[in-house]
Write a new protein. Structure first.
Lengths: 365, 365
C-alpha cells in the first residue's frame, strides 16, 4: 500500500472495473464494448498511469453526451491488402476501436508474419501500451501509436501543432517480464503539469513555453496559451528529434488513416469545438504486430531477451541504492502492488466518478 | 557555396564518388559492392551529414585490414516467413548488407504490403536515412534502424550500454519533397563533441557525463571515460524516453537478428577489440517498408502528405526570419546545394582520404 496517502482512497480493481463497465453501459455501450473500455482504463490505473484511467471517465462521458463519441459504432475495414488495412471506427471510443483492430492484426500476423492497422474516425484510446501489449497474448511484438489534441509546439515554432503523440512497443521475453516502452513524444505529459498546478509548484524548464514560445516554469502555462515542448526540450538538446517522432506518429495515425492530423485533431475536452474545414474524421491510431518466428525461433528470441533485460538491470547505477530499471518495469511494479492491494484513487477523481455514477444510478462499492 | 570556409575544399560529388568506389574496390570489394558502398557515403556527404560520409573511409579500411569487415561476403537469408526475414551478412559492411536486404524488402512489400529484415553479422551501415529512403523508389514508406558501439548510458546508470542507435522513417509526398526523419536516439551524436573538441569549446549540459555519470561540459568527456546521454538528457526532461527508444533499436537490430546487443556491440574503431563471450555476431540493422495502398490510394495519401508538410512549414515561427522546417528539409537544402556546387570536405578529412587513396594507388581528382 505504498501509494496510499491522505489524498487517496484504495479501491479494488475489480470493484472499479465493474463500476466503469456499468457507466459505459449506462452511456449506451454494448456489454462487449463496455467491458473492453473498462479493461483499458483499469490497465492504466493498475500500471500507475493514473492520468489515463478512471480519471478520464468524465471526459469520455462528456464527449458521448456532446455526440462526439458514438456509443454504438459500426466498425468497418474500408481498405485492405496483405498485412495492411484501414479501419473506419465510425466515431467509436478508441478504447474499443484499437482492440477491435488488434484482433484482425492477430489474424494477419498469424497468416503473413505481421499485421498493421491505420484507424481513423476514432477518439482517445487510453494508454498506448495496452494496445501494443495485446500482441503479447499471441507471443508477438506489439506496436501502437495515436495522435492527440494539439498541445505541443514544433522545433522553431510557437503554435500548437502536435499532440503528446505516444509510441508503444511491447516485446515478449522468457523468464523476465516483457519489455514495454510506452512514451509520449513530448518532454512531459500534460498530467505532470496538472499535478504541479494542484500543488501550486513550478515546473522544470524544458516542459513548456508561454504563448510567445519562451521557456516557462509556470505549471499553468497551457491554460494561458502556452505550449508543451517536444522531447529534447530545446534546440541544443535535440527537440527537433521529439518533433520528428511526434510528426511520424501524426502521419501514421492521421494522414494514413483518413483521420485529422496536426492542428486539426479534435480536442479531448467537450467544451472546445473541432476546427472548421477538417481534412479528415476524428483522430487516428496505428497499431500492429510482428511475429518473431520469421526472424528467429521464438524460444531462442525469448532467451536472448532475458539476457538483454538481465544485463541492463545489472548496469552499474548512478545511485547505489537505486537499481537501473528497464522499460515497463516501473509500471509492472505498480501493477503487482495494485492488483493485490487496490488502486489508490485520488479523492478528487473518486468524488468526480462517484458523481458521474450517481447520474446514471451506478454505485461504486 | 554557403558551406565553404577556410577549413574546407569543394570536391565534386562525382569525383568523390569515383574515388570512394575505387578505394573500396582496391580493398577487395566487387564492383557492385564498391559502387553501393560509395553511394551510401556520398548520400551522407550530399545531405550534410558530414560525420557519416567520406570521413568514415579510414575507419572502414582499418576494419577491413583487421579482418573485422569481410570484403567478399556471401549474404544469405537464414530464416523467413511471410513479410519477415533474417539476413546473415557474413561480416559485410552495412553499406552493402542493408541495401541488399532492402531489395528483398521491396519484393515482400509488393507481394504482401510490407517487408521487414533483421540483419545480423554486419557492420556500420552509414546513415540510417539512406536505407529508409530506398523505399521511396517504389513509393512506399521506409523504415531503418541500426545498433552501434556502446557510448550512451541508460537512465539511472553510469555504464555505456547503448549506441547512438538511430531511427529513420521516409514517407513519400506529392509536390513536396518526402518527409525524412533520421535521428540518433542520444541527445547529441559523437560527431558534435568532436567538432567542439577541435574548436576547443565546451559542450552544452545534457550531451554527456563524466565517468562518474555526472553532467559534463567537457568536449573530451568520452575520451576520459564519460558517456553520451540519451535523448531527453536528464530524468526530469525524459531521458528514460531516449533510453527506451535506443533500447527498442537495440532489440530489433541486435536481439532479433542474432547480432550482438548492448555493451557487446563491437566498437567501430579497429584498435578496440570486441569483448569476449559475445552473444552474437557483428552488429545488426532492422530495415523495412510499408506499402501505402493497403491503407489508402497512393495519390490521395500523397495529397494529404502535401497538406501536412505545407501546414507545418507555415507554422508561426519563433523568429520571424527563420521559417519552421519539416524533418528532412535541412538535409534536402544541403543536397540541392552540394549536388550543384560540390561537397565542402574538411581539409583534415581530405588529407586523410588522399593518404588512404595513395596507399592503394587511387587518386582523388
Amino acid at each position: 500500500m505504498s501509494n496510499l496517502t491522505k489524498d487517496t482512497t484504495l479501491i479494488s480493481s475489480q470493484d472499479l472495473f465493474l463500476f466503469l463497465k456499468a457507466v459505459f453501459e449506462a452511456n449506451g455501450f454494448s456489454n462487449a464494448h463496455a467491458n473492453q473500455s473498462a479493461e483499458v482504463l483499469i490497465a492504466a490505473d493498475l500500471r500507475g498511469i493514473d492520468s489515463h484511467g478512471a480519471a478520464r471517465l468524465e471526459g469520455y462521458c462528456r464527449l458521448i453526451k456532446a455526440g462526439r463519441i458514438n456509443p454504438t459504432p459500426n466498425l468497418k475495414i474500408t481498405k485492405s491488402r496483405g498485412v495492411n488495412f484501414t479501419v473506419d471506427a465510425d466515431g467509436a471510443i478508441g478504447l474499443v476501436s484499437a482492440p477491435w483492430a488488434m484482433a484482425e492484426v492477430k489474424n494477419r500476423t498469424e497468416l503473413h508474419g505481421a499485421g498493421f492497422a491505420a484507424i481513423g474516425n476514432s477518439n482517445h484510446y487510453g494508454i498506448a501500451g495496452y494496445h501494443a501489449m495485446k500482441a503479447l497474448d499471441f507471443d508477438a511484438i506489439g506496436f501502437s501509436m495515436t495522435n492527440a489534441s494539439p498541445l505541443v509546439s514544433v522545433a522553431g515554432g510557437k503554435e500548437r501543432l502536435l499532440g503528446t503523440n505516444p509510441i508503444a512497443i511491447a516485446v515478449p521475453a522468457g523468464k523476465q517480464p516483457p519489455f514495454v516502452l510506452d512514451m509520449a513524444t513530448s518532454a512531459a505529459a500534460n498530467g505532470k503539469l496538472q499535478i504541479a498546478s494542484r500543488k501550486e509548484e513550478s515546473i522544470p524548464t524544458g516542459w513548456a513555453t508561454d504563448q510567445e514560445g519562451k521557456d516557462s516554469t509556470d505549471a499553468n502555462a497551457l491554460k494561458t496559451g502556452g505550449n508543451l515542448l517536444p522531447l529534447g526540450s530545446n534546440m541544443k538538446n535535440g527537440m527537433h528529434k521529439g518533433y520528428g517522432l511526434g510528426s511520424w506518429v501524426d502521419i501514421f495515425c492521421g494522414v494514413l488513416s483518413g483521420a485529422n492530423f496536426g492542428p486539426w485533431v479534435p480536442p479531448f475536452v467537450s467544451f472546445l469545438q473541432p476546427l472548421a474545414n477538417l481534412p479528415g474524421k476524428g483522430l487516428g491510431h496505428f497499431v500492429g504486430a510482428w511475429s518473431v518466428d520469421g526472424f528467429m525461433e521464438l524460444d531462442e528470441f525469448k532467451q536472448r531477451m532475458d539476457v538483454w533485460i538481465e544485463r541492463f538491470k545489472l548496469s552499474e547505477p548512478l545511485d547505489a541504492n537505486t537499481p537501473v530499471m528497464v522499460p515497463g518495469e516501473p509500471e509492472m511494479i505498480h501493477y503487482n502492488d495494485r492488483v493485490k492491494n487496490g488502486i489508490p484513487l485520488n479523492n478528487k477523481i473518486l468524488g468526480e466518478i462517484r458523481n458521474i455514477g450517481s447520474s446514471f444510478n451506478v454505485i461504486l462499492k
